[in-house]
Unconditional design. Sequence first.
Length: 59
Amino acid sequence: MYGKVRKGLRRDAGMVTSEYAMGIIAAVAFAAVLYAVVTSGEVSAELQDIVKRALSARM
């Protein structure tokens, strides 16, 4: 039984280092694009307008 447990722990079910690197690069690129979009003038103004309307809404 102990041998089966050790054998089960050795399975490689995750990503390899190169896959982690590509995943991190993709995540950073997506974050950069999202940051650029959110901080652009039009989007920033719209987000501020939404927050102002939400805060001034009557309950």
